[in-house]
Write a protein that binds this ligand. Structure first.
Ligand code: C5P
Length: 310
């Protein structure tokens, strides 16, 4: 008996944001990138992506956000082109992108959109590549993209593109503050140059991962070694970042930091009520705040398997 396979003509998928709980910069690399150690964490804040097959060839991106390019400078478009060309897929695809993740805000929005497009195309065209074989496409698109194939709490090594899930997953309420100020990741990394040779490796991420992560003291070990350069790149933010941190910690955050190369800040909370209060307090101070949760590795996998039938 021949197998009947359902070929849906469209899929809607979430593209989750990430925060970096910590970032250590270990040095510059021959390829112009920097050798990193980072602790990635998926959070529930997400963009929505709808993929629809088209008979006509080509990749069409529709997005109403004014800062989002719709040509091949958009990683999601490049992701679709690369994979479709490689797999020799017939016809084309339309991508409808609804942005919620702040743009150029250190939350990996563009990278997450690209990874979600890869995974969704894998489903839509039943290519059955899975994260392991999509990794090569993901890392060509950008250093952060491979993490978004995996999700949860994970260690990132190399350029950040070698990703290892942690056995222990962080469960916490998350408040994200959109500072409304895009910061260029490349510019932040360029500013690092001079500082690198002086620094000793603090093994902060190793020490954190080996601790019980249960209290403020264990989170205090973590550092974001891009923050100084980010604030040099965007000196207008220094005061506001300090204020946001003070509010989040004042409302009981277990940890408050800047994500990636900035400028978004976040606070982690055990209690939902405290997270709610922090949202109120930051909004009252004039900031745009979003409340959500961490998404664990299991939660990420469930989202993909439940929604897409695997
Ligand atoms: O890989 P992606 O294009 O997302 O990275 C943006 C920029 O950030 C790169 O052009 C590079 O200058 C810098 N970068 C780096 N080291 C990393 C990751 C990114 O220097 N590990």
């Amino acid at each position: 008996m021949s197998r009947i396979t359902r070929r849906p003509s469209f899929l809607t998928v979430p593209a989750f944001a990430k925060i970096n709980l910590g970032i250590e910069v270990l040095g510059s690399r021959q390829d112009g990138y920097h050798e990193l150690r980072t602790l990635f964490q998926t959070i529930s804040l997400h963009d929505d992506i709808e993929l629809r097959r088209r008979r006509a060839p080509g990749v069409v991106l529709r997005c109403e956000h004014p800062l989002i390019p719709r040509d091949e400078t958009n990683l999601a478009v490049r992701a679709a082109r690369d994979l479709m060309r490689h797999a020799g897929l017939p016809g084309g695809v339309e991508i409808r992108l609804t942005k919620r993740i702040p743009v150029a805000g250190g939350l990996g929005g563009g990278s997450s959109d690209a990874a979600a497009v890869l995974m969704a195309l894998d489903r839509l065209f039943e290519l059955d590549l899975g994260p392991a074989r999509l990794h090569a496409f993901a890392r060509r698109l950008g250093a952060d993209v491979p993490f978004f194939l995996l999700g949860g709490t994970a260690l990132g090594l190399g350029r950040g593109d070698e990703v290892y899930p942690l056995e222990k997953q962080l469960r916490a309420e998350v408040v994200v503050i959109d500072m409304g100020r895009p910061v260029s990741t490349a510019a932040v990394f360029r500013r690092l140059g001079a500082q690198l040779t002086l620094k000793e490796n603090g093994y902060t991420i190793f020490r954190f991962v080996s601790s019980d992560w249960g209290d403020r003291a264990s989170f205090r070990i973590l550092t974001n070694e891009l923050e100084r350069s980010a604030l040099e790149e965007a000196p207008d933010l220094a005061d506001t970042v300090r204020r946001v941190r003070r509010i989040l910690v004042g409302e009981g955050a277990l940890f408050a930091g800047m994500s990636g190369s900035g400028s978004s800040c976040f606070g982690l909370f055990i209690e939902r009520a405290a997270a709610r209060r922090a949202v109120k307090a930051t909004r009252a101070a004039g900031f745009a705040a979003h409340r959500g949760r961490t998404v664990t590795l299991g939660g990420f996998r469930r989202t993909w398997s439940l929604r897409f039938g695997r």
